[in-house]
Write a protein that binds this ligand. Structure first.
Ligand code: LUZ
Ligand code: MOS
Length: 756
């Protein structure tokens, strides 16, 4: 099925938050954020703002009727500051005015006096000071201490990854309409409609049934709207609640960049032990996660870091510890991969460093240690499928030996340009790590004309999930896609949704759609069987025709009309909960994932050794799709994820100064991949596998895994730098910006990105 949004997208007719026709009387909100990163509020002077032209009212925490609390996992985050501020940009007050311009103008008139408190921006420093949002967690398999003593090689090091700005094309925003009897209708650009509803209910002191959250689609989310869409919706709701007028807030890009959290930066220590056959025998890592000023989703992200410490490798002895370090930066949050990519960078760095010291190629170590079916992950789950087929297929179809020979030849005959390559195998666990979140619901109605409407908890954010939902219904009913429509995601139609996240949205909601459609189909078949005096098993629907014992007896719409006339229900609401998964957070063991997604990327890059600039020549992928439901949609996810991963690993550089002020807060200072930074060649091989029956129609989740292919780019570039300067001490600190490449080429102590 073609992406159902393609027609309106290409014509510019798709409706995003800012396209919703305004209701008369709409007011506009703007938030005043703290100008400093840490301190006690001595005085807040709102008088000028309050009397400014067009201003209706200025709100502070004192106007909150319920609890001033929006912390999702732990209750450590206020919607509006009370006595203290914890990061630069932390909301302190909100202006509501007759126009967006008036609201912004009044925000500038707010005066605040703050007694400064010490500012911490570095996660290791925070850990030293005991500033942890949650206690540290440790995963263990085997016994590392004794295992290291048997290793021929033991290598230690440090690996760091910086944050990443989500840069969804549509910024955060919401539009809240007060209805009768205290009912609030909420348009929100959120991945988590229920999260918005739940927190709004706490802050306003309203039962959840008073709050209806509705989402047609997002212009991108990438995790940035899993939790952090919530405050903007509550700001609008708070004003709508008091003023009984519609209130809208669609953030300016620079407000969004300054006030919202990003991918968590990590600084990590690793220790890897290998035997003489290059088998990895033991691995230890300590992850210092920069969580920012509140926990937000960081504790869950930290957990996923621990789940992915071994990437695609089997390691019999593992000890990993992760620290959720509290700093004076905006609370960092979910971002495609959710802590997994950060862990995978560390083990890849460990392998590359080990290879250099031992004097072998990294792929010699990588290949030897790939996961096989039955291997145990450090958290107790046994692999139900394996990393080997993708790797072997990539060697085979991409003629790797020739690639290596060509690169060697190129490097031998060029002085000013050098090429490097890398292998990047990936393994990503599919399911929310919190077992309870792995549930979804769907509502399916067939109307008397035979047309069908489907509602689910899935949020469309460009990933094509709505198209997949309709594919499921079309397949079960065997009807034409023109009969199908998807409804907006709405908390009145579908309650208690999990956010659209964890790559699991199509699986969870698709399974619910499948169950709903199958239940209706059974009723339809029973009706026909009754009518034709046969068994339901003798009845089928094929391409819009009812078939009884091989014969067409009536078309779809006639069937539907007859069922209606005979009072057969044509609607169903279904629930799906992933079977088999569980996790014990005390023992840190269990079976948290429905299945794993695998793949391998081979990356080739060229460095300009005078300028430090580079190009990605090719990324050649073999990806385990199971059996893709929609290869065009899935290819889009692979390409987009890859380029987003390359951006994170190369040019995207978030810089906070020592005062906790964002210095890369605009698109002029924060470079994201454009069409020119896309690899010249992206080859993609669809590997078909059929071991994972918890994927919808065996079509494996594809949202997050491809981002991690981008990690290969870091190592390909590093490899090219080493080809120019074998003595280079270039370390493992992403992003690999051209400046860092240049310093690596000429070996001026590699400078880490954390402190400027
Ligand atoms: N969100 C979440 C996620 O709440 N739990 C997860 O396990 C997860 N994984 C990936 C992305 N978002
Ligand atoms: Mo996400 S990082 O799947 O919201």
């Amino acid at each position: 099925m073609k992406n159902i949004d393609s027609y309106t997208h290409t014509r510019g007719e798709s409706i995003y938050l800012d396209d919703i026709p305004l209701v008369q009387g709409t007011l506009y909100a703007a938030v005043f954020g703290s100008p400093v990163a840490h301190g006690k509020i001595k005085n807040l002077d709102l008088s000028a703002a309050q009397s400014a032209q067009g201003v209706v009212r200025v709100f502070t925490h004192k106007d909150i009727p319920g609890q001033n609390q929006i912390g999702g996992i732990i209750h450590d985050e206020k919607l509006l500051a009370e006595d203290e501020v914890h990061y630069n940009g932390m909301p302190v007050a909100m202006v509501v005015a007759e126009s967006q311009e008036a609201a912004y103008a009044a925000v500038k008139m707010i005066k605040i006096e703050i007694d400064p408190l010490p500012i911490v921006t570095d996660p290791r420093e925070a850990q030293q000071l005991g500033l942890l949002s949650v206690p540290a967690r440790t995963f263990k398999l085997g016994e590392t201490a004794s295992a290291f003593s048997f290793c021929k090689y033991v290598i230690e090091g440090i690996a760091e990854t910086n944050g990443q700005e989500h840069l969804y094309i549509e910024t955060q925003g919401a539009y809240v309409l007060p209805k009768e009897n205290g009912h609030l209708f909420v348009y929100s650009s959120t991945q988590g409609p229920t999260a918005v509803q739940r927190h709004m209910s706490h802050v306003l002191g309203l039962p959840m049934h008073q709050i209806e959250v509705d989402v047609t689609r997002l212009g991108g989310g990438f995790g940035g709207k899993e939790d952090q869409a919530t405050p903007w919706a509550i700001f609008c709701a708070l004003a709508a609640f008091h003023l009984k007028r519609p209130v809208k807030y669609s953030l300016h890009r620079m407000e969004d960049m300054r006030m919202t959290g990003k991918r968590n930066p990590y600084s990590s220590d690793f220790k890897i032990g290998l035997n003489e056959d290059l088998m990895i025998v033991a691995y230890e890592a300590d992850y210092y996660q920069n969580s920012g000023a509140a926990a937000d989703l960081s504790p869950a992200i930290l957990e996923r870091t621990l789940f992915h410490s071994n990437n695609s490798y089997f390691i019999p002895n593992v000890r990993t510890t992760a620290y959720c370090c509290k700093t004076n930066l905006p609370p960092n949050t979910a971002f495609r991969g959710f802590g997994g990519p950060q862990a995978m960078f560390v083990i890849e760095a460990a392998i590359v460093k080990a290879a250099e010291i031992i004097g072998v190629s990294p792929e010699a170590i990588q290949k030897k240690n790939l996961l096989k079916t039955g291997d145990e992950f450090p958290y107790g789950q046994k692999a139900q499928s394996e990393a080997v087929p993708c790797w072997e297929k990539s060697e085979d179809i991409y003629e790797v030996e020739k690639i290596k020979k060509d690169i060697a030849l190129f490097n031998a005959s060029n002085i000013l340009f050098k090429k490097g390559y890398s292998y990047m195998p990936i393994c990503f666990g599919i399911s929310f790590t919190k077992t309870l979140m792995n549930q979804a619901r769907a509502l399916v109605h067939i109307y008397t004309d035979g047309s069908v409407v489907v509602s689910t908890g899935a949020v469309e954010m460009g990933q094509g999930v709505n198209t997949k939902m309709l594919q499921v219904a079309a397949a079960v009913f065997s009807i034409d896609s023109s009969r199908l429509k998807i409804n907006s995601t709405n908390t009145y139609r579908i309650a208690n949704t999990s956010p659209s996240a964890a790559s699991a949205t199509a699986d969870l909601n698709g399974m619910a759609v499948k169950i709903a459609c199958e239940t209706i189909l059974e009723r339809l078949k029973e009706f026909v069987a009754n009518d034709f005096k046969c068994n339901a098993a003798d009845v089928s629907i094929e391409k819009e025709n009812v078939i009884v014992r091989g014969e067409k007896v009536m078309p779809w719409n006639e069937l539907i009309t007859k069922c209606y006339v005979n009072r057969v229900s044509l609607s169903e609401h279904a629930h799906y909960a992933t079977p088999e998964i569980h996790f014990d957070g005390v023992k840190e063991k269990g079976h948290p994932f429905a299945y794993h997604v695998y793949g391998t990327a081979i990356t080739i890059a060229t460095v300009d050794c005078i300028r430090g600039t580079y190009e990605i020549d090719a990324v050649k992928l073999v990806h385990d799709f199971g059996s893709s439901m929609n290869p065009i949609v899935d290819k889009g996810q692979i390409e987009g994820g890859l380029v987003q991963g390359i951006g994170w690993m190369t040019m995207e550089e978030i810089i906070y100064d020592k005062e906790g002020k964002l210095r890369s807060g605009a698109l002029s200072t924060y470079k994201v991949p454009d069409i020119y930074s896309v690899p010249k060649d992206i080859s993609l091989h669809f590997l078909e596998t059929n071991n994972d029956n918890l994927a919808i129609f065996r079509s494996k989740a594809v949202g997050e895994p491809p981002l991690m292919y981008g990690i290969g780019t870091y190592f390909a570039l590093r490899n090219a730098v080493k080809a120019f300067n074998p003595e280079s001490t270039i370390g493992f600190s992403a992003p690999m910006t051209p400046e860092k490449v240049l310093m690596g080429l000429y070996d001026r102590n590699n400078v880490s990105n954390k402190n400027i």
